[in-house]
Design a binder for this molecule. Structure first.
Ligand SMILES: *Cc1c(COP(=O)(O)O)cnc(C)c1O
Length: 392
């Protein structure tokens, strides 16, 4: 027995070795502070939990869901995009429910990339764009996100030979792992670029509801004519603290939505209807109030960590969105050496930037999904660890 050769294309999981070290440290009795995981520590929005409790008791919800999402869910998403972004969407062919946005991101690549095709993926990035491109037998082409370019890809330097074979361009703002944002000028440039080169523009908007200091991120669908070339992925996971519930949505270009519908109806049966009803309740009752509360919480945590890093001589760009801090490794260490050093010496786990692509090398990511006390404690320990290193 052997598995399919495409399985060998999946790159080794960089967190694996670190997880092993964390486990080792815990077994030795150390209190490890894990700042690696991008998973909200707070409870799901209470009005969503209330709606779920009612929905789960309703026997009409116990059957197979609608493949594309209930009419009610798709209408609620269209209404939210109208209210939040001023974008008009037809719920019947421009909106589809997803079992978490990751599922849709992965499947869209199977629908638009085949052997011989190129998929343009940011570097560093959420690993799914790259890995699914490989699994689909297509070729990922990295677009470096550099601090000197505000972590935006330079579209004008992609070689013509690559563009001729490219079918999709992936963007993700507000960005994981860098915390960077994109303004409308960049989104306009991306839409024009995809129109010119006949590409599907795929916008991963997992963090679109997260913003600090009054910042509200735009949707790519706000750009005039975007729907001709663009599809956006919306997720309930991060803004509503609903990562475990598995509910998301794709919106925009009808051809992309139809492709997802065809593919998905042949391999899954949609998200649990009760979860869709709970998501609808989430959007119905002024979700911005809940988002604001969470954003203030993350902003306070952000400020503690920024200060803590400065105190140890590390300069992190101050993010205006997401719950990530992206900062250069100390003493020119590689990212995995630095991560190993902090977990072994300070019992603090941070994520090595190289896990997100070659241009993540030299950087580390801290996730703000831990309490202020623990973050402050982590900063203290990291500082002591660095001092011990410098004094030898
Ligand atoms: C968390 C995350 C997702 C996945 O969200 P789900 O809706 O829970 O599947 C997608 N993209 C990025 C960049 C993320 O960080």
């Amino acid at each position: 027995m052997d598995w399919a050769s495409r399985m060998d294309k999946i790159p080794p999981y960089l967190f694996f070795e670190l997880d092993r070290i964390v486990e080792q440290q815990r077994q030795m009795g150390h209190d490890v502070i894990n700042l690696g995981i991008g998973d909200p520590d707070m409870a799901t929005a209470p009005h969503v939990v209330d709606a779920m409790q009612q929905a789960v008791a309703d026997p009409s919800n116990h059957r197979y869901p609608h493949y594309l999402g209930s009419n009610q869910f798709r209408q609620a998403m269209a209404d939210w995009y109208a209210q939040r972004f001023g974008v008009t969407l037809n719920p019947s062919d421009e909106v589809i429910a997803l079992i978490g946005s990751k599922e849709g991101i992965a499947h869209l690549i199977w629908a638009f990339a085949e052997p011989g095709d190129v998929v343009l993926v940011p570097d560093p990035a959420y690993p799914v764009y790259y890995t699914q491109t490989l699994l689909a037998g297509a070729e990922p082409y990295y677009l470096p996100l550099l601090a000197t370019h505000n972590f935006l890809p330079q579209l004008d330097i992609i070689p013509q030979s690559i563009l001729k074979r490219a079918t999709m361009l992936w963007i993700n703002y507000p960005n994981n792992p860098t915390g960077a944002i994109a303004d409308k000028t960049f989104l306009q440039e991306a839409v024009a670029f995809c129109r010119q080169h006949d590409l599907l523009l795929c916008s991963d908007a997992a963090y679109v509801e997260m913003g600090f200091d009054g910042y509200h991120a735009p949707s790519v669908l706000e750009i005039e004519g975007a729907k001709d070339v663009a599809v956006e992925f919306y997720s309930f996971s991060k803004p509503f603290n609903m990562t475990g519930w598995r509910i998301g949505c794709a919106l925009g270009n009808p051809m992309a939505i139809a492709a997802l519908g065809t593919l998905k109806s042949n391999l899954d049966s949609g998200p649990f209807t009760a979860v869709q009803q709970a998501a609808v309740a989430g959007l119905a009752n002024h979700p911005e109030k809940f988002f604001d509360t969470m954003n203030v919480l993350y902003q306070n945590r952000r400020d503690i960590v920024i200060q803590g890093l400065r105190d140890m001589g590390l300069n992190a760009p101050t993010p205006r969105a997401t719950f990530y801090l992206w900062f250069p490794t100390p003493l020119r260490m590689t990212s995995s050496d630095a991560a190993k050093f902090f977990v072994e010496t300070a019992h603090v786990m941070v994520t090595p930037g190289a896990a997100y692509g070659p241009h993540g090398e030299g950087w580390l990511r801290i996730s703000l999904t831990t309490s202020e006390d623990r973050l402050a404690e982590a900063m203290k320990r990291m500082k002591t660890a660095l001092q011990s290193l410098k004094s030898v």
